[in-house]
Design a binder for this molecule. Structure first.
Ligand code: ADP
Ligand code: DP6
Length: 323
């Protein structure tokens, strides 16, 4: 189906895709081959933080560079990239991929999302497929589920869909701006995490009793987050996002064997956030499959937050210099 739309090109093309942080998480698949999720999810894209990828056809063999270093053929990166390129590969042809993440790779900062969205973007250009955003979102999803949201800036909802072929499982922009919103990245560790999201997710679905509550939880949280965005209710946005992330981790922790991504510093940051809230400073956190924490707050308290967390990397998802 995909190869049918491919037209050969000798060009070298580049595309950028932002990383995204889910406020209501995607955790669990109903189809692992097509990355079809159990539930819908909702994210915010990270402006200029993400992946830039350059693609061209190559003679004789595939060659991949990740952050300037040629990757080993047996690495997870090479295997996943090859598998994805095979969906598009014309007979007897090879690729050269040069990709750069300006976020840590495989550390719970969504490199797989921006990575596969950028790869879908360059394939679309190289082969002149002229896909619209919705089609691009479907293609990005085949590389990594969360990548289907990285096709857009701003708030994005991924509709779970119900079809077996996944054609109704794509992301859409919510078209709602919140210029004062800030995301603060607290990098606790840049090390590759011990277990990738993919494996962790499958294990949670299979072995966690808590996971049985997850789909109902998501229905509730998605409604609340959309209401918060529409009504600019920051407290509702923050509370729901934080609680949703903790519920996802609760299901992981209760799976067998336990999946525990937090480091001591991660937990210390949680406590500092809760202490600030006790002092009526409106700051919340979310966390993905890794030890790094993302803070949510509004522009008005930026100085207070920087004072508290001097190493914070601040993203302004809706400011033009950032998108
Ligand atoms: P993360 O939390 O960073 O998303 P994951 O374990 O979910 O971590 O995904 C990491 C995987 O994403 C890598 O092993 C690799 O397969 C893929 N990936 C990361 N960066 C890129 C990139 N720039 N291009 C293509 N794939 C990438
Ligand atoms: C915790 O999209 O990396 O970041 O579909 O197997 O590639 P695959 O998983 P991936 O999982 C992301 C999980 C998450 C939550 C989220 O981004 O919604």
């Amino acid at each position: 189906m995909i190869k049918g739309r491919v037209r050969l090109s000798s060009a070298k093309v580049t595309a950028f895709a932002p990383a995204n942080i889910a406020l209501c998480k995607y955790w669990g698949k109903r189809n692992t081959e097509l990355n079809l999720p159990v539930t819908s999810s909702l994210s915010i894209s990270m402006g200029r933080l993400g992946t830039e990828t350059t693609l061209s056809l190559n003679e004789n063999r595939d060659v991949f560079y990740l952050n300037g270093v040629q990757t080993d053929q047996d690495s997870v990166f090479s295997k996943r990239t090859t598998e994805y390129l095979d969906l598009f590969r014309p007979d007897n042809s090879f690729f050269s991929v040069d990709t750069k993440n300006n976020i840590p790779t495989a550390a719970g900062l969504a490199s797989s999302a921006s990575g596969f969205a950028a790869l879908a973007g360059v394939l679309n250009r190289l082969f002149k497929m002229e896909l619209d955003k919705k089609e691009l979102s479907v293609l990005a999803r085949l590389g990594s589920g969360s990548a289907c949201r990285s096709v857009y800036d701003g708030f994005v909802e991924w509709h779970a869909g119900a079809r077996d072929d996944g054609m109704d499982s794509y992301a859409e922009s919510l078209k709602a701006a919140w210029p004062e919103l800030r995301i603060g990245i607290m990098t606790v560790s840049e090390k590759q995490k011990p277990k990738g999201s993919r494996e962790a997710m499958a294990q949670t679905v299979k072995t966690s009793f808590f996971y049985r509550n997850w789909p109902d939880r998501v229905i509730h949280d998605l409604t609340a987050i959309k209401e918060a965005i529409n009504g600019r209710n920051f407290e509702l946005l923050g509370e729901t996002s934080e609680s949703n992330a903790l519920a996802m981790h609760a299901a992981m922790i209760e799976s067998s064997p336990a999946i525990f991504y937090w480091l001591p510093e991660t937990i210390r940051i949680f406590h500092r956030v809760w202490e600030l809230r006790q002092k009526l400073v409106p700051v919340y956190f979310t966390i993905d499959a890794g030890p790094n924490v993302k803070l949510l707050f509004l522009q008005g308290i930026e100085n207070r937050i920087i004072k508290e967390f001097p190493d914070l990397q601040i993203v302004k998802p809706f400011e033009s210099e950032n998108v």
